[in-house]
Design a protein around this ligand. Sequence first.
Ligand SMILES: Nc1ncnc2c1ncn2[C@@H]1O[C@H](COP(=O)(O)OP(=O)(O)OP(=O)(O)O)[C@@H](O)[C@H]1O
Ligand SMILES: [Mg+2]
Length: 368
Amino acid sequence: MTTAAGLPVTAADRYIEYAGTFRLVRKIAVGGMATVYEAEQLGPAGFAKRIALKVIHPQYAKQKEWLQLFIDEAKLSANLMHGNIVQIYQLGEVAGEYFIAMEFIQGPTLRLVIDRHWELGQRIPLPLAAYVASRVCRALDFAHNFVAPDKRRLDIVHRDVSPGNVMASWDGHIKLADFGIAKARTSIDPAAGRQFLMGKKHYMSPEQILGLSVDARSDVFAVGVVLYELLALEPLFTEDITQLAIDEVAVHPTPNIRAKIPGIDPELEQIISVALNKDPALRPTAAAMGHDLDEWCAAQTQIPSPDRLHDHLAKLFPTTFQPAKHSGEKTSFSNLKKSAKRLAVGQAAARGAQRKRTPWWARVLGKD
Ligand SMILES: Nc1ncnc2c1ncn2[C@@H]1O[C@H](COP(=O)(O)OP(=O)(O)OP(=O)(O)O)[C@@H](O)[C@H]1O
Ligand SMILES: [Mg+2]
């Protein structure tokens, strides 16, 4: 084996031990399966990288079958590197406690964004909602079609696309979190050690809630449910009792979208309803759904963008908004026009000044 520079890799090179350590900064949340911390990964000479650390609750990690499924899935997702996916840095274990170190996202989850709009009684602008969903589709398309270095298709399915797992960074980028950790969670009950339906049933596809095998198309259904909720500001499915939830998702007809989101653009309504098809074969791929959403966005007068989402979040969360970069002048077409105008005005002034400086005799003699 050789390195990129063409030098042979020795056995010693291959076994460089991970020697870092973590410093917990604050507890962000205690979820159903884990506690999430903001932390620092420390290295030599004061090196410190801000990360998120997800520490799995011990009752899960003690369950051998669960743990194996969890580790297998985390291994599959470890190499997913995409702008719309929260990157996993490391899966580790300390004294029987398992943790995942991952990219730290500064910004709210969609759960918070939806709840904030609801509190304010304001709808999310349709183009921004469509933009968010299109970025989630891009993340899914990448994962669904991801191939291992040996060219094997991994057939990765997220299984838990929900508002709590989609984050918006303050600077307006969308990141899908928790790839590869839902399989164990949705298939095995750690308490009883048997196949069981756990997880967020209100975002599950009919096949998932029925406990059938799922594939990429199940995630597309979930994006449809999330997009619906972004627009309606209320969940599409609400039943908590498992049997009733199964009826609601898999048996009853899909609720009327227009009735809940009055005035919705027919094209956007169509994009949501095809994603919500009960028959997976009739749903689009994540790539096709993302493409349709992007086309729809491009036809809007307010074309959505990270800058627009950034501005929207700043207004929505005035006290917590904390972008990672200084918001100086943005590069946009209007700014370019402004700069060009400034340049033209400057040049004209310089020409004027030059004319003024030309002595009268030179002008009379035609020497300017
Ligand atoms: N990579 C991350 N960067 C920053 N904050 C994160 C990150 N991942 C998760 N969080 C925060 O931690 C919270 C809990 O995440 P966690 O994944 O444990 O729970 P959840 O997805 O909201 O729901 P569940 O408990 O059902 O999994 C999130 O709501 C989010 O605020
Ligand atoms: Mg999560």
